[in-house]
Design a binder for this molecule. Sequence first.
Ligand code: N01
Length: 537
Amino acid sequence: MGETDLDVDVVVIGAGFAGLYAIYKLREAGFTVQAFERGDGIGGTWYWNRYPGARVDIQSVEYMFTKFPDLEQAWDWTELMPAQAEIERYLNWVADELKLRDAIKFNTTIAAARFDATSNTWAVTTQTGDTITAQFVVGATGCLSAPIEPDITGLHHFTGDSLYTNRFPREGYDFAGKRVAVIGTGSSGVQSIPVIAKEAGELFVLQRSAAYTLPSPNRPLGPSELAELKGQYADIRAKQWASYAGTARFGAVMFFGEGELTPILDTPWEQQMARLDEKGFAACFSWSDAFFDIDANQAATKLYGEMIRRIVHDRATAADLVPQYPFGCKRVIIDEGYFETFNRSNVRLVNLRANPIERITPTGIQLRDEHLELDAIVYATGFDAMTGSLSRIDITGRNDLKLRDVWADAPRAYLGLTVAGFPNLFTVTGPGSPSVLTNMVTSIEHHVEMITECLLHMRATGAAAVEPDTAAQDEWAEHVNTFAGPLQVHPSCNSWYLGANVPGKTRTYMPYAGGLTRYMDHCRDIVDAGYIGFVFA
Ligand code: N01
């Protein structure tokens, strides 16, 4: 490292949380780094997803880098759960404070990367054909950053404005007085719909699957509360790192409250209703059995339906808003006034199961039963999650192996971090790691620190290449699978966790659901025992 004619030691792809931390840690350890970012600014997920209402669902003081005691005291969050713009500002500020910008080439998409087995190096090529050589490639490309365009006939025939939540215009969009349709009711749709509804002349919400969404506990963070939290940062960080999901107090407790949970199946309906009266949405799923027993799950969903009926005035709309799959199968959303939005006179829910989209026309959307005349269509239709951002790059490993082919068969990575056949390539929060089931920031930090430690180990031992053993990778995939679905909840719907939202993608539960601490312990044991399952050349 550093003694060859390589351009740099490490190429980092992406400049979001993962890319920034990777640049910092690797440089601190003495490696030369070149990062590439396809956007013209810092932020990754928080650069692209700037749709109205975009907001994180983890509290701000935990959704920040945890390893910079001085920096964290100097940054002031203004809300409990910050919106996109504030997180983007935070990441830009971090990049400046840590002097990371000079390592990043913006407006540069990586098109290909090819491993050369004779030199154990990568040639990384941009979309304009420039090539850079490096010993290592770190894919800091994000779990939810490869947008999927829905397979709807006539998509590009619309002559009005087509907008995508995952690459919303930087200057925003003026919905005032316009006839608008939002397609998709996942997190992005559910967060943007209440905001768009307040501006648009008419809003059609095109729903294929109803969402499990809970009211956000977000509120402003006053200076004295923030000062108090800052005084507790050391304690909060310790709790985060000892938790299942990289969050201290503010995971499920934030939505469901504290206290011992009881089984819904042992609770008479009248008592369930009394709890609903008292706690509202928080009562729906705060049962000990709701996530582990399918009957209990259905009973909880019945309560949820009751809660929706209490808010949404129109009976048919309320009924259509109740999900028809188990709670917990898809990512639970937090919203700001989602159900209330359907009481507005300018908003209409279209149940696509009853009245499907036939095609997009030049002037709107042709449903089976009617034509919607529109000025704008907002697509909130999701991502090729966890693997898409890397498999869309033409990555070629040993023996002309293509990452996209390997992952088409099975989206596997040893510890979610390295892939057999692709030496010296690291996949930050890749498939098989806790990633999207945890606070992404802590999971990213953990992975970047593991990568840095591994590179230092290689430098110390003179190793030129590292990759996992196929058997270890397969064993890890089996281990990941053992956590993939209490009561068959996880495999029971077409979630992006399974890749089931992408036509043709192999259906595998991709994230590791065993929890962050268990995962970190596994990783520690593997490293301490001499990198079990890794092969060094
Ligand atoms: O994407 P999604 P997302 N016709 O895949 C529908 C994170 N995130 O961008 O369910 C009609 O969840 C699709 O319908 P169905 C978070 O982890 C976090 O909203 O396939 N509809 C679904 O309703 C989240 O889970 C925040 O039947 C079509 C929607 O589009 C992840 O990102 C905020 C369709 C896609 O939902 C992805 O969220 C935002 C078609 N042809 C995102 N194709 C936070 O709050 C798809 N759909 C932290």
